[in-house]
Structures are given as C-alpha cells and as structure tokens.
Design a protein around this ligand. Structure first.
Ligand code: AMP
Ligand code: ZN
Length: 149
C-alpha cells in the first residue's frame, strides 16, 4: 500500500534491520526500541488492523513471535522473557497502520531499565543486535532438530 512505511520496508524502499523473513512474514528491529532486541513482526501483505487480517496469517505472526521469544532467551541478549504486544486500532494506540506484533525482550530485574527505555526509545547497536537474534533462531532450530533426532 503506497504511503505505508512497513510496506515500503517490505519492498526494500525504506531501510530496516531484518531479523527474519519468509514468503509471508518479515521481522525487523523497531527503530525506537524499548529494550535491546525489540522486534516487530509484520505480514508482507498490507493489513491495516486485525479486522483486515487473514486469521491464518495472524496465527503465523504469533507462531513467529513465539519463536522469537524463545530465540532471544537462547541469544547473546540473554533474555529471561519477553512481552508480546499487538496494538489493534487507533483506540489501542496503534500508530503504524500495518498490523505488527511487538516482541520486547525482558530480563529479571530490568524494571528501571525498561521504564527508561520506554521513555527514551534509543536504538542499540542494530547490526549486532539483529545478528544475535538470528543466532538465537539458529540455536533454536538446532535444538528442535536434535530433539526430533
Ligand atoms: P504501534 O504503537 O504499535 O503502532 O507501534 C509502532 C512501532 O513502529 C513503534 O514502536 C515505532 O518505533 C515503530 N516504527 C515506526 N517506524 C518504523 C520504521 N521505519 N522502522 C522500524 N520501526 C518503526
Ligand atoms: Zn502496509
């Protein structure tokens, strides 16, 4: 959809630091992260809000959110947990009107750092952070393969 910043990211017409991509989904670092590794997962096809989103795609978005929450625990970010959040509609403070799921890595005792990050929203070394998350996804893949073997 022309004029949509997330569609421009999907098309490669706007910059992003990608963490994951497949035929239908794309995940990239939030430009104003609350914590290091704050990632957004979007459907490649534009959907303004949940009213507009194919439920199967919604399930795929959550499945990837689930994987990323596990990956950040296995990554250098050493997360102990994550907040998964989807703001659906202006009333819910959705500011970018292309559906996205936030995955915000959390650590035990990070309450103050989280509050500061929420106010400042400053980026952290993006390339290193994205590489760490991708490595966490690789570790998760290996772990799942070993479990199946
Ligand atoms: P929401 O309030 O759920 O609509 O949040 C939108 C999120 O998109 C915010 O956390 C922004 O920092 C983030 N955002 C906006 N523009 C970009 C961009 N060009 N690249 C990455 N993240 C973005
Ligand atoms: Zn869009």
């Amino acid at each position: 959809m022309s004029g949509c910043i997330f569609c421009r990211i999907v098309a490669g017409d706007a910059p992003s630091t990608r963490v994951y991509e497949d035929d239908t989904l794309c995940a990239f670092l939030d430009i104003r992260p609350i914590t290091r590794g704050h990632t957004l997962i979007i459907p490649k096809q534009h959907a303004t809000n949940l009213d507009d989103l194919d439920p199967a795609l919604g399930a795929a978005i959550f499945t990837l959110g689930h994987r990323l929450a596990k990956a950040v625990r296995r990554s250098e970010l050493a997360a102990d947990g994550a907040n998964l959040l989807l703001n659906d509609g202006k009333a819910a403070f959705q500011t970018v009107h292309h559906v996205h799921l936030h995955v915000v890595p959390r650590r035990h005792g990070d309450r103050l750092a989280f509050a500061k990050g929420f106010l400042l929203r400053r980026p952290h070394e993006s390339d290193l952070t994205a590489a760490a998350i991708r490595a966490g996804l690789d570790r998760l893949d290996t772990e799942e393969r070993d479990t199946r073997a």
